[in-house]
Write a protein of this length. Structure first.
Length: 284
C-alpha cells in the first residue's frame, strides 16, 4: 500500500458517501476507504483490539439488540476484528485520514484507531467536515452532527485541500490514546458526546426521556398506548445532538417493560409491532 491514501470512517453509509465523493473528485484510484460496522456509543469496549474483547462485546450486543444479527453481521469485512487486522496491516508509508463528526461513536472510534496505530510512524490527519462556525451544509440550514447527514458534494472541498490539514503530533496521538484507555476500561456502557468530551453514562441514562415522551404522547391515543416507534423517534429527534441509534433505545424500552415500569400491547422486539403506556403498576 505504498503511497496509498487510506480514509477511515465509522459507518457504512458514510463510507458510501465518501467513496462517491472520491469518484467525483477523480482521485479514487489511489484512495482506499475503510469503515467499521459498529456503534461504539454503547456496549463494552475493553480489550476490543483482541479477539476476547470483541467476543465480549458481541455477546453483550446480541443479547440486547433485537436487530443485531442482520444489522451488524451481514458484512464480515466490516466487523471490528477484521477492520482492526486491516488497519494494523497498513504500511508506514500509508497516509491515513480519519473522518469524524460530532457524536460519541465517531469520537470514540478515532481514539480506538489511534490506539492501534500509536507506535507507527505514519502521516495521520483528522478531518471533521462539520464545521462549528457554520450551520449551512449542502445549502440547507441545519445542524448536522453525523457524517451520514452530508452529501458527496459536501466532502469535495475537503478532498481538494487535504494537504492543508495538519498532521497529528505524537503528543496529540498520546492524548487520544489516553482517552481511549480511560473510556474502554470504564464500566459505563453508554456514552454521549457533550461539550467536546465523551461523557460516560449508565445504560438507563435516557430512560427518563422515554418516559417523558410516552406521557406527552399518551393523550393522542384513545387507550393511551403510544406506538414504540413513535416513542423512539421522538427521543431521537429531541436528542438529535447525540446522534442516537434506535436499536439501543428499543432495548431500553424492553428493559422498562421487563422491570414492569411500562404496560405494553403487541410483541416487543420490533418497533412497529407494539405500543407502550407509562403505568406504575404491575404488568399482567
Amino acid at each position: 500500500m505504498t503511497n496509498q491514501h487510506v480514509h477511515i470512517m465509522f459507518g457504512m453509509e458514510e463510507q458510501g458517501i465518501l467513496k462517491a465523493a472520491l469518484h467525483k473528485a477523480e482521485i479514487r484510484h489511489n484512495h482506499k476507504v475503510i469503515s467499521f460496522n459498529d456503534w461504539f456509543a454503547y456496549g463494552p469496549l475493553k480489550q476490543l483490539h483482541l479477539e476476547e474483547g470483541e467476543k465480549q462485546r458481541t455477546r453483550w450486543l446480541s443479547a440486547r439488540l433485537s436487530n443485531y444479527e442482520p444489522l451488524y453481521t451481514y458484512n464480515p469485512d466490516h466487523q471490528t476484528g477484521r477492520v482492526v487486522e486491516t488497519i494494523q496491516s497498513l504500511s508506514e508509508e500509508t497516509n491515513v485520514t480519519l473522518w469524524h463528526g460530532n457524536h460519541a461513536h465517531d469520537q470514540i472510534g478515532i481514539r480506538f484507531v489511534l490506539s492501534l496505530l500509536r507506535d507507527r510512524k505514519m502521516n495521520m490527519k483528522l478531518v471533521n467536515p462539520i464545521q462549528k462556525e457554520s450551520n449551512i451544509v449542502g445549502n440547507v440550514h441545519t445542524n448536522p452532527v453525523n457524517l451520514a447527514q452530508l452529501k458527496a458534494s459536501d466532502y469535495t472541498p475537503f478532498l481538494h485541500k487535504m494537504d492543508e490539514f495538519n498532521l497529528l503530533t505524537q503528543e496529540e496521538i498520546n492524548a487520544f490514546v489516553l482517552d481511549w484507555e480511560q473510556i474502554s476500561n470504564d464500566p459505563a456502557l453508554f456514552r454521549i458526546w457533550e461539550n467536546d468530551h465523551v461523557k460516560l453514562c449508565s445504560e438507563d441514562a435516557l430512560d427518563q426521556d422515554l418516559r417523558n415522551v410516552i406521557i406527552e404522547q399518551s393523550s393522542l391515543y384513545p387507550d393511551q398506548y403510544v406506538p414504540a416507534s413513535k416513542v423512539v423517534s421522538e427521543v431521537v429527534r429531541k436528542r438529535e445532538g447525540y446522534s442516537l441509534r434506535k436499536d439501543f433505545l428499543e432495548y431500553r424500552l424492553r428493559s422498562l417493560i421487563q422491570e414492569k415500569q411500562l404496560l405494553f400491547k403487541g410483541a416487543p422486539g420490533q418497533l412497529h409491532r407494539y405500543r407502550v403506556k407509562w403505568e406504575m403498576e404491575e404488568v399482567i
